[in-house]
Write a protein that binds this ligand. Sequence first.
Ligand SMILES: Cc1ncc(COP(=O)(O)O)c(C=O)c1O
Length: 367
Amino acid sequence: MDGQYGDSTRSVKAVGSEAVPGSPIASPPVPASTYHLSPDETEPLDSYGRSSNPTWRQLESALAELEGAAGALAFASGMAAITSVLRVLATAGKKLVVPSDGYYQVRRYAAEHLVPQGVTVVEASCEEMCAASADADVVLAETPVNPSLDVVDLHRLAMHCRGRGATLVVDNTTATPLGQQPLSLGADLVVASATKALSGHSDLLAGYVAGSHPDLMAAVARERLLAGPILGAFEAWLVLRSLGSAGLRFERQCVNAQALALALRGHKKVRSVRYPGLPDDPSHQIATLQMKRFGGLVSIELEDAAAVHALVERSALLIASTSFGGLHTSVDRRARWGDAVSDGFARISFGIEDTDDLITDFAQALG
Ligand SMILES: Cc1ncc(COP(=O)(O)O)c(C=O)c1O
């Protein structure tokens, strides 16, 4: 089905219910902690809410379909998914590579929780990933990396990891499965936050792990069962509901990002622009080989923090917020969170507004 249909068709089909006459097209959520057991003690499909839930199953099969995976596991947040995978793979004595330029909380988790457990943690930029993973057991890559939007050559890294017996985990949050499918490029597991463009309405947190190795997926499922970082049924249902329009929303976000990256690059108040979709971006060549769409994030550098604040204040459309992938175009000055970027560096998440309105708004807000 994957190769046959476009992204919006895949999104819509992924959330479809079985065509049973009289049953609702949109399945309702199943909020349940406890289920009836059979008197003969045979194991029912669902027995307790930390092990399984019918709404998770629907969401997980939609996510697996979009990622091109045999299966997926829903989690309470992107960090819940990532840390569960790390607890399974990066055990005492192992060497783990994490992005030095990626989502900062992952580095914090590794430093505060894995290093004290006896894990050797190495931080590497997109460019350094292959060299750093030479003797690694686990490599966690993120691409395009948040917030600089550099890109990792996933096929090359996957070949490198495979040759050395390392497990490659790819954070697919910024690209989404509608932008790239890391498993098809050789990754062993995908981890992602569904808080961003997949759910896309800035109203919930969710995460997932997708993969096709039965043993790996079973180990992650067991970690979820034992540690309990589970997604509520209602949130699972909301993500599922949002997935149907994810193709449409992501397409518009990418169109807006591409148009505004081009427009901003020519503006005298903008010192630099990073977007993998710009033909002269340092990441464009690799991005073109591995991405179907370049995503809704653009990074820009203005003179200083005051210039970023002024941009938001003078705009009629931009909101200041951290996180990304929502309906609204938003601006996040990343130095405030401690990212190693200049004070005037802003990550812009493009929403689904009309492109021309955003072009006009940015032009007047930048002055
Ligand atoms: C690339 C990336 N991965 C993971 C996460 C964590 O996701 P969540 O906030 O859903 O835990 C984020 C959050 O911003 C992120 O940007």
